[in-house]
Design a protein around this ligand. Structure first.
Ligand SMILES: *[C@@H]1O[C@H](CO)[C@@H](O)[C@H](O)[C@H]1NC(C)=O
Ligand SMILES: *[C@@H]1O[C@H](CO)[C@@H](O)[C@H](O)[C@H]1NC(C)=O
Ligand SMILES: *[C@@H]1O[C@H](CO)[C@@H](O)[C@H](O)[C@H]1NC(C)=O
Ligand SMILES: *[C@@H]1O[C@H](CO)[C@@H](O)[C@H](O)[C@H]1NC(C)=O
Ligand SMILES: *[C@@H]1O[C@H](CO)[C@@H](O)[C@H](O)[C@H]1NC(C)=O
Ligand SMILES: *[C@@H]1O[C@H](CO)[C@@H](O)[C@H](O)[C@H]1NC(C)=O
Ligand SMILES: CC(=O)N[C@H]1CO[C@H](CO)[C@@H](O)[C@@H]1O
Length: 441
C-alpha cells in the first residue's frame, strides 16, 4: 500500500500544561479523484451513467465510521447522480482507491422508496453495535429543486446480527420540517434509554434535536446566539478559492460522564456553527429536559457556555473516551486537538498542518485499535461546482493515537451516601493500594 507521510506541525507545549502525548503523523491511506462503486455488472454501471443516475463528479464523501474492519462512508445526495448514500470499504486493502459497496445493499439505497436510505449526512455506531443513521429524506439539497422524498428519520441497523435489517423511525413533525430541517451530525449517549443529540443546521431554524430511543420521542432546543453562523466567519479562503458559506450549527461532540454537584451523572455536549470561531458547551441534562423545548428560542441560553475561540472554522469534530477533542481548522489546513480538562483558550494544539493534503477536514472516526481517521473532501470545490476530475478530491488520513471513541467512555456510578466515614476511608485506602500495586506490577 502506498502510504504518504506528510509534514505535520507540532506546537511546543506551553509551560503550565501537562506534557502532550506523542502522536504519530497522519498518513494518507485512501485517496480518490472520483468515487466509484462495486456494481452488479459493467452493464448496470453503464446504464446508470447513460441515465445520469451516476454522475461521478457529484459523489462526495462526507461522514466516516468504523466497525469490525470496515470503514463506512456517507455520500449525501446534495446533487443528482449519487447512486448510493451510504457505503463501505474494507479498512485494510492494497487498492488505494477502493470501490465502494452500497450499505446495506443497492435496494436499500433506492431514491423515493421510504424503506430505503435517501440522504445520509452522518452516522454513528454506538457501543452496542447499533448504527444510527440520520436520513434527511430530501435529495438534491444543492440543486435548484430539492425534493422531499420521505420524512426525516432516524434509521437503525443492528450490526451485531449480520442481517443488516433497517428500522426506520420518522421524527415527529413537531420536531422537524420536511423542507427546512437538515439533520447534520449526531452523538449517541447510551444511558437511561439511549439518546441521540443531533445538530439541525437548518438555514432558518437551527437547533439541537434530542431523540430518545426508549420511547422514540424527540424534541428540539434552540439558541440563535450560539447556533447561528456569524457574518465575520462566513467567508473562507482555502487553497486559492474563496467561498461564502453561512452555515449554522454543525459539529457536535460528547464528553465523558461526570458526577455533578447534586450527585446526578451528566456529560458535556460540545457544538459549533460551521461559520463561527466559537466552541460552545452545554450539559446533556439540560438538553434532556423536554420542558425547555416548549419554552422556545433562548430557553437554554442561561445554560450555554462559550468556551472561547479557535483560529478558524470547524466542520466535524470527535471526542475520545477521556475528553480529548479532535477538530479541523478549515481555513488553516489544520487538524487540532484539545484536552478538555484544560481551558480551551490556552489548551488547543495543532497536530497536523498541510495545505496540499488537508483541504477541508470534514469528519473523524476512531477504530478499535487506537487509530484516528479523518475525511478530507475539498467541499469548497464541490459547493462551487469546481470539482476537477484530474485532481485527488477525497482522502482518508489515519494516525495512531492509542485512544478510543467517546462511545466507549467509562460508566460512573452515582455516589451512595457514606454509611460510616471510617469504612469509606478503608475502601479509599485499599483502592489506593490497588492502584499502586498496578503501577509497580
Ligand atoms: C450507453 O450509451 C451509449 C452511447 O449512447 C450506448 O452505445 C450504450 O449501448 C449505452 N449502454 C447501455 C447499457 O444502455
Ligand atoms: C496486500 O499485498 C500484500 C503483498 O502484495 C499481500 O501479502 C496482502 O495479502 C495484501 N493484502 C490485502 C488485504 O489484499
Ligand atoms: C455542567 O454542570 C456542572 C455541575 O452541575 C457545572 O459545574 C458545569 O459548569 C456545567 N457545564 C456547563 C457547560 O454548563
Ligand atoms: C427542566 O426545566 C425546567 C424549567 O423549564 C425546570 O423547572 C426543571 O427543574 C428542569 N428539570 C430538570 C430535571 O432539570
Ligand atoms: C486561519 O483561518 C482564519 C479563518 O479562516 C484566517 O482568517 C487566518 O488568516 C488563518 N490563519 C493562518 C495562519 O492561516
Ligand atoms: C488530559 O489532561 C489530563 C489532566 O492533565 C491528563 O491526565 C490526561 O492524560 C490528558 N489526556 C490525554 C489523552 O493526553
Ligand atoms: C493556491 C494554492 O494553494 N494552490 C494549491 C492547491 O492545491 C494543490 C494540490 O492539491 C496545489 O498543487 C496548489 O498549489
Amino acid at each position: 500500500m502506498k502510504l504518504v507521510v506528510f509534514f505535520a506541525v507540532v506546537v511546543a507545549a506551553v509551560a503550565q500544561q501537562p506534557p502532550r502525548a506523542v502522536r504519530e503523523q497522519f498518513r494518507v491511506i485512501y485517496e480518490w479523484r472520483t468515487i466509484d462503486f462495486e456494481w452488479e455488472s459493467p452493464t448496470v454501471r453503464e446504464t446508470y451513467l447513460n441515465t445520469s443516475r451516476y454522475i461521478p463528479q457529484n459523489v462526495l464523501i462526507s461522514g466516516i465510521n468504523y466497525y469490525e474492519n470496515n470503514i463506512f462512508l456517507t455520500l449525501p445526495r446534495m446533487l443528482d447522480g449519487v447512486p448510493a448514500t451510504l457505503a463501505y470499504i474494507p479498512a485494510n486493502q492494497n487498492d488505494t482507491a477502493p470501490k465502494l459497496k452500497p450499505f446495506p445493499s443497492w435496494e436499500d439505497n433506492t431514491i423515493g422508496v421510504c424503506d430505503a436510505l435517501q440522504f445520509v449526512q452522518n452516522i454513528e455506531i454506538d457501543r452496542n453495535g447499533i448504527m444510527w443513521i440520520l436520513d434527511n429524506g430530501r435529495v438534491g439539497t444543492l440543486t435548484q429543486n430539492p425534493s422531499t422524498k420521505c420524512p426525516p428519520s432516524i434509521v437503525l441497523i443492528d450490526l451485531k446480527t449480520g442481517e443488516n435489517k433497517i428500522e426506520r423511525i420518522p421524527l415527529s413533525l413537531d420536531t422537524v420540517d420536511l423542507s427546512k430541517s437538515y439533520l447534520n451530525d449526531l452523538v449517541i449517549d447510551n444511558r437511561d434509554g439511549d439518546y441521540a443529540y443531533i445538530t439541525d443546521n437548518s438555514a432558518v431554524d437551527p437547533g439541537i434535536i434530542v431523540f430518545r430511543l426508549s420511547d422514540k420521542k424527540s424534541w428540539k432546543l434552540r439558541d440563535m446566539k450560539s447556533m447561528m453562523s456569524v457574518p465575520e466567519a462566513t467567508i473562507f479562503r482555502i487553497n486559492g478559492t474563496t467561498v461564502n458559506l453561512p452555515v449554522n450549527i454543525d459539529g457536535i461532540a460528547l464528553g465523558p460522564q461526570f458526577i455533578a454537584d447534586d450527585g446526578i451523572i451528566d456529560r458535556t455536549v460540545y457544538y459549533c456553527p460551521l461559520s463561527s470561531f466559537h466552541l460552545y458547551a452545554i450539559n446533556a441534562s439540560v438538553l434532556r429536559n423536554e420542558s425547555l423545548s416548549e419554552k422556545g428560542e433562548g430557553a437554554i441560553r442561561p445554560y450555554v457556555v462559550d468556551l472561547g475561540t479557535k483560529a478558524s472554522q470547524t466542520d466535524g469534530m470527535k471526542m475520545d473516551s477521556t475528553g480529548m477533542l479532535f477538530f479541523g481548522l478549515i481555513g488553516n489546513s489544520t487538524i487540532a486537538e484539545w484536552n478538555s480538562t484544560v481551558d480551551f483558550r490556552v489548551g488547543q494544539r495543532t497536530i497536523a498542518r498541510d495545505p496540499n493534503y488537508i483541504q477541508w477536514v470534514d469528519r473523524f472516526t476512531f477504530d478499535d485499535h487506537g487509530n484516528l481517521y479523518v475525511v478530507v473532501n475539498r467541499l469548497y470545490n464541490f459547493v462551487k461546482n469546481q470539482v476537477s476530475l484530474e485532481d485527488v478530491n477525497y482522502r482518508i488520513l489515519r494516525s495512531y493515537t492509542g485512544l478510543k471513541s467517546y462511545v466507549y467512555g467509562e460508566d460512573l456510578m452515582p455516589p451512595t451516601p457514606p454509611q460510616n466515614a471510617a469504612a469509606t476511608r478503608t475502601i479509599a485506602a485499599s483502592v489506593l493500594v490497588l492502584a499502586l500495586a498496578h503501577l509497580f506490577a
